[in-house]
Design a binder for this molecule. Structure first.
Ligand code: TXE
Length: 470
């Protein structure tokens, strides 16, 4: 008997009754059965969404916001069961900025999205011409998500879409379907039948969703490669797109930073969710004058952060979610070692132990073109690169074709802001990395994608602009 069994019992089977077992990445033990939805299930879900959407749109903002507030309460009531299931399926610990934190973020995002103001904007009103900008619902939105923050990212897509009067069909990652199936079952306690559906399936059903003529917009978070495929397959029906395609975020530590004071925030900027975070710090550039001190302080923090089974309340770092990602991290670190880079901690996985645990790894004295720097590791292995001039650090940070987030670390806020303005990234944080906020727009530069999420800008992205002129 598991704490989350009552949640699993609320997941409806696929029409064909087929299912597959999902396994715990920490232990290899079964977590539960996920339905295998087919194209037929997709068609049924889309038809129900099309039928339910007009009445939902007609309710207006206040009633829809009230329903989202109730959905937040429902998630809060089931928070501990949801966190237990998330921990078992994704691997992230209950404790630390992990499973309970993620469920809490779902509640916070639902409430904040419900509370955002969205009034028509008067563009011109000069006595002769009066023009207002409004946002109408799109219709049915498709939401395709990844396995790293499966519940939170689903809410990032679902909440603004519903608030704006749309129906939603969600396609979670095949690696973490149970978390999203359970979350949607809970949210659906407060929503009309058919408005919000979830399809647990692989890329075939996801792919059909991206070309379906009844889907007006796609919200996508995942890899750049999948993003490119989705952009192509959605072109024939000219879908609106919000693409969050991850990145390889740089952090620049300026010479006046205090290594001891910033070490813990640097650590969590890089290692939140055991490094499996789109806007995590993935390349750290440190000035030569404080390079050794930053390496020492970061190593001390890393040593103090326990990794292990997520159900153990002591642990704040967990396994990689899947073997493929474990292999990516392992290969990148092995290549770094072979190139002569210096491992400060970690880099010695025990391939025989159960679970996809890769030890917390810091790699120093590494070149900027090393694959551990140039490619997204998406795991607990941070390269630390030495620089001598700030211009050199900025050039290296901007050298890649992705630009989701970046950070600058300094005791001088105005100096940090000057450097921030030179970085090609959608968000630049100062003295922290990766902090997102439901009131503040978030999106990528370059091949990290396009379209803003969160805040009023995020709401507008889930509506069709309409000018009323006259
Ligand atoms: O992601 P994919 P994967 C990065 C990370 C990781 C890599 C691959 O580096 O190693 O991506 O992870 C669906 N039409 N990120 O393979 O393939 C798919 O079913 C429709 C960064 O898990 O991008 C899943 O639901 N759907 C990222 C979702 O897209 C398609 C978070 C993501 O799968 C599709 C996760 C298609 N053609 C991994 N192809 C971030 N931005 O944070 C795939 N999918």
């Amino acid at each position: 008997m598991e704490t989350y069994d009552s949640l699993l019992s609320r997941i409806e089977p696929a029409h064909g009754q087929a299912s597959r077992t999902i396994f715990d990445p920490a232990t290899g033990k079964p977590v539960g059965e996920a339905p295998i939805h087919t194209i037929d299930d997709l068609e049924t879900a889309v038809a129900a969404a099309v039928a339910a959407q007009p009445a939902w749109a007609a309710l207006g903002h206040d009633a829809r916001s009230a329903a989202l507030m109730k959905a937040a309460d429902a998630v809060e009531r089931s928070a501990e069961e949801l966190a237990q299931l998330l921990s078992r399926e994704q691997g992230k610990p209950l404790n630390g900025p992990n499973a309970r934190f993620e469920v809490g973020a779902c509640v916070a995002w639902l409430r904040a999205t419900a509370a955002l103001p969205l009034e028509p904007e008067t563009m011109v009103d000069d006595g002769e011409t009066r023009a207002e900008l409004h946002y109408r619902p799109i219709g049915v939105v498709g939401a395709i998500g990844p396995w790293n923050w499966p519940m939170m990212i689903a809410v990032w897509q679902i909440a603004p879409a519903l608030r704006m009067g749309n129906a939603v069909v969600v396609k979670p990652s095949q690696n973490t379907p149970l978390s999203v199936l359970a979350l949607v079952a809970v949210i659906n306690e407060e929503l009309p039948e058919g408005l919000l559906a979830v399809l647990s399936s692989g890329r075939e059903v996801g792919s059909r969703l991206t070309e379906h003529p009844a889907i007006g917009k796609l919200m996508f978070t995942g890899s750049t490669a999948a993003g490119r495929a989705i952009i192509k397959s959605s072109a024939d029906t000219v879908k609106r797109l919000t693409m969050e395609l991850g990145g390889n975020d740089a952090g620049i530590v300026l010479p006046d930073a205090d290594p001891k004071a910033i070490a813990e925030d640097l650590f969590w900027g890089a290692f939140i969710n055991t490094g499996q975070t789109c806007a995590a710090l993935k390349r750290l550039y440190v000035h030569d004058s404080i390079y050794d001190a930053v390496c020492t302080e970061l190593t001390n923090v890393a040593k103090a952060m326990p990794m292990g089974n997520g159900l153990d309340e002591n642990n704040v770092l967990g396994p990689l979610q899947n073997k493929a990602q474990y292999n990516v991290v392992d290969e990148l670190v092995e290549a770094a070692k072979a190139s002569g880079a210096r491992v400060l901690i970690g880099g010695n996985p025990d391939h025989e132990q159960p679970g996809f645990f890769y030890p917390t790894t810091l790699v120093a004295d590494i070149d900027n073109d090393n694959p551990l720097v140039a490619e997204e590791q998406f795991g607990p292995a941070l390269p630390i690169i030495r620089y001598t001039t700030v211009d050199e650090a900025v050039a290296k940070a901007n050298a890649l074709d992705v630009g989701l987030g970046a950070s600058v670390w300094s005791s001088d806020l105005s100096a940090a802001r000057e450097v921030a303005a030179k970085l090609e990234a959608g968000t630049v944080w100062i003295n922290r990395h990766g902090a997102v906020d439901p009131r503040i727009p978030f999106g990528g530069a370059k091949q990290s994608g396009y379209g803003l999420e969160f805040g009023v800008e995020g709401l507008k992205a889930l509506g069709v602009p309409q000018v009323i002129n006259g």
